[in-house]
Ligand binder design. Structure first.
Ligand code: ATP
Length: 286
């Protein structure tokens, strides 16, 4: 059984003249990290909102087809049950903070309180997650006075504390500096290691190349390409579809066109380094 499955899904926002999602079919497996990419306005956030159950319940509009989460159609899920199954982290770290709590500890505990989790269990979970994300030093701080990167880590902590199996993460680093970005990807990596199923929208394509197991490319509401990350990025023609391709994949393609291909098409720096070292040592041996 697929973990999340979409069958012939189309969706149109209220008053819109065209569909924001067009006849999407896809089956997500448990424990994988899926990168969702494509040009601006293509439908990535709409796709995330759909999986999170916000479409059509929150936005209204016209949804056709079926979305199954762990085998059950999304419209049959109670919203609280869905909230404890799917965690959602979105772009803006400033709007993720509730604004009503005075300490980071209380902020992280808020979602658990709303789900009716026992006080002791809340303390255990919050203590564990702040340790995991190395933010113990922030727990007494006012969440409204944190930097963007710190807020995003607190947002992750709040969602991780909910212990959802599925995480939908929409451009989590769009407003962060390189250090904040690498901290967040360290957390995403940790979540993947823990076996979470992750749907990640991210424009920083090199990070998708490094972390995603599979990639989905969405353009004008259609799923135009999908597959293993290395397969998708070895098709540099996707540039013509407005899709960013990792620089290393372009280098691999250049090598191929020069008649000196790598043994394995590299899409990340470490893969390219390995191939270059291999080529260097072959040269010395001959
Ligand atoms: N609340 C809304 N009401 C009506 N139309 C919307 C709404 N939200 C998004 N759209 C439209 O749906 C289409 C898909 O938008 P969406 O935000 O899902 O794209 P995206 O791929 O996430 O874009 P970006 O990369 O810029 O975040 C766009 O044409 C957008 O204008």
């Amino acid at each position: 059984m697929s973990y999340i499955e979409l069958k012939n899904v189309s969706y149109r926002y209220p008053l819109a003249e065209t569909d924001a999602l067009k006849n999407i079919n896809y089956a997500f497996e448990e424990g994988k990290l899926y990168g969702i990419i494509g040009e601006n306005g293509g439908g990535k956030t709409t796709f995330c909102d759909l999986i999170k159950g916000l479409i059509p319940s929150f936005y209204g509009g016209d949804l056709t087809g079926e979305v199954f989460i762990k085998g059950k159609e999304i419209r049959e899920w109670e919203s609280s049950a869905l909230a404890s199954t799917i965690g959602y982290i979105f772009q803006n770290p400033f709007t993720q903070i509730s604004g009503i709590k005075e300490t980071v500890f209380e902020e992280i505990a808020l979602g658990l309180e709303n789900l009716g989790v026992e006080r002791e269990e809340i303390i255990d979970r919050v203590t564990s997650v702040v340790r995991q994300l190395k933010i113990e030093h922030l727990i007494k701080n006012n969440p409204n006075k944190l930097s963007g990167g710190q807020r995003q880590r607190v947002a992750f902590a709040s969602i991780i504390a909910m212990e959802t199996d599925i995480l939908v993460i929409d451009e989590p680093t769009s407003q962060l500096d390189p250090k904040g970005t690498s901290d967040i990807f360290e957390i995403i990596h940790l979540l993947k290691e823990q076996g979470k199923t992750i749907l990640l929208v991210e424009h920083k394509i090199d990070l998708i190349a490094e972390y995603a197991d599979e990639v989905l490319v969405i353009k004008q509401g259609e799923l135009i390409t999908n597959g293993k990350t290395s397969d998708v990025f070895s098709n540099v023609n996707l540039l013509n579809e407005g899709v960013n391709i990792p620089q290393i994949a372009l280098l691999s393609n250049d090598m191929k066109e020069q008649g000196k291909p790598f043994d394995t098409f590299a899409i990340t720096r470490s893969q390219a380094r390995e191939q270059i070292l291999k080529k260097g040592s072959e040269k010395i041996c001959h």
